[in-house]
Design a protein around this ligand. Structure first.
Ligand SMILES: Nc1nc2c(ncn2[C@@H]2O[C@H](COP(=O)(O)OP(=O)(O)OP(=O)(O)O)[C@@H](O)[C@H]2O)c(=O)[nH]1
Ligand SMILES: [Mg+2]
Length: 401
């Protein structure tokens, strides 16, 4: 299973616009709340230097792309319906789409930094709503949603724990399957929050809430895309600073600009590489006055002001926040090929600190189960199961057939 990033926020802030700009997909976009109802799935790419350069070979990527020595590693994006206050109680589209986020490893919270949409996502005129409200509300919704999962059949869990002497850690970890929460995470949470693991039936609402908050921070790390920066009022910078001081990663974004630039590039009107701070107009005579004006607006009010549209930066920051490295498994460490003879075919994300055996499991359960040793293709050294891998490693795994 690959990595997944959820694109979240209240309605009408630009989630689907961000999603389309980041993935090449075509989710519906409109200036009213609840345009998106069913979740959209797409693929975003993280760029890394491709090892084909160091090895001086021509690669034949399979699960990723390589353009001029830059490897684009796929990461899944999920664009979900907008979240309104009290969604966890079933308001708006309710809880259904929160469940769409169960698998997400991280969240990009799209905030309308222009303050032009109210708490429910209705247009209210730029500067008339404080975007800082949105951050707190969204976290609360997710925490309460998790609390709902934890509290489901809570009495039963507490009773079995106390009468049958089952461990609360393992019972909770089981409940939170799929969220990436392990038994030792719960163990640490119980210790940190000073909960009595022998008497869960006595845990108060407040204590369960704090546990849910802990689980949220651990399982759904979040960064903030301060979107619609192209039309944001001047106090925007100060607001972003307030959030940064509280420890948030805040990236100014203009999803609409990124989408416009991508579309113009696709039509051959401009040359533009996602993430860059400029574009080149290819044939000015092909552009209408309106298109020229729009491009000029993007150049002065987004690219020159913020250094990029911020979309690619959000993707890179999410990967950094998750502390991921990219590793390239190959079958033949001399030719760097897989069974089919493809050169440097796959790029896999792994948590920093992962070892050779973790990579084997990522490729295939069988490969992990029958792991014997691995070879680092750069050094030709034999490495053992617990050898920690580095970003950019090319590894051949030898297993018992
Ligand atoms: N100015 C500006 N407008 C934007 C930007 N991103 C999105 N919009 C506009 O905001 C409105 C809502 O965009 P969507 O992408 O549909 O928003 P959403 O969050 O997916 O909305 P729901 O699916 O209804 O929750 C549309 O009119 C977009 O054109 C941006 O960066 N700048
Ligand atoms: Mg949408």
């Amino acid at each position: 299973m690959g990595m997944q990033i959820g694109i979240v926020g209240k309605p009408n802030v630009g989630k689907s616009t961000f999603f389309n700009a980041a993935t090449d997909a075509h989710a519906e976009i409109a200036n009213y709340p609840f345009t998106t109802i069913e979740a959209n799935h797409g693929v975003m790419y993280v760029s890394k230097p491709c090892p084909c350069k160091d090895f001086n070979v021509k690669c034949t990527p399979h699960n990723s792309k390589c353009i001029n020595g830059t490897r684009f590693v796929p990461i899944e994006a999920i664009d979900v319906a907008g979240l309104v206050p009290d969604a966890y109680k079933g308001r708006g589209l309710g809880n259904k789409f929160l469940d769409d986020l169960r698998q997400a490893h991280a969240l990009i919270h799209i905030v309308d930094s222009s303050g032009g949409t109210d708490a429910e996502g209705n247009p209210c005129g730029v500067g008339n709503y404080d975007p800082l409200n949105d951050v707190e509300f969204l976290e609360k919704e997710i925490t309460y949603w998790l609390m709902g999962i934890i509290k489901k059949s809570w009495e039963d869990i507490a009773r079995r724990c106390e009468l049958e002497e089952k461990k609360i850690e393992s019972m909770l970890a089981e409940k939170l399957t799929g969220l990436g929460i392990k038994e030792d995470n719960i163990h640490n949470a119980i210790k940190t929050l000073n909960l009595n693991s022998n008497k869960p039936s006595r845990w108060t609402e407040e204590e369960i809430l704090r546990l849910s908050e802990y689980v949220r921070k651990l399982s759904k790390p979040m960064l903030i895309a301060f979107n619609k920066c192209d039309i944001a009022p001047n106090d925007f910078i100060a607001k972003a600073e307030i959030l940064r001081k509280k420890g948030y990663i805040v990236v100014p974004t203009s999803a609409e600009s990124e989408l416009a630039l991508n579309n113009a590039a696709k039509k051959g009107l401009i040359e533009y590489k996602p993430g860059s701070n400029d574009f080149k107009i290819l044939k000015e005579s092909d552009l209408t006055d309106k298109q020229l004006m729009a491009l000029k607006y993007i150049k002065t009010n987004v690219l020159q002001k913020f250094g990029s549209t911020g979309i690619q930066k959000c993707i890179e920051e999410a990967v950094r926040m998750l502390d991921l490295i990219v590793v390239y498994p190959v079958e033949d460490e001399t030719h760097l090929t897989d069974k089919e003879g493809r050169i440097l075919p796959d790029a896999h994300f792994l948590k920093r600190g992962s070892n050779a055996k973790d990579l084997a499991y990522k490729v295939h359960t069988d490969l992990g189960d029958h792991f014997i040793r691995a070879i680092d293709a750069k050094t030709h050294r034999v490495i053992g199961a617990d050898h920690e891998l580095k970003d950019g490693d090319v590894i051949s795994i030898i297993a018992d057939a």
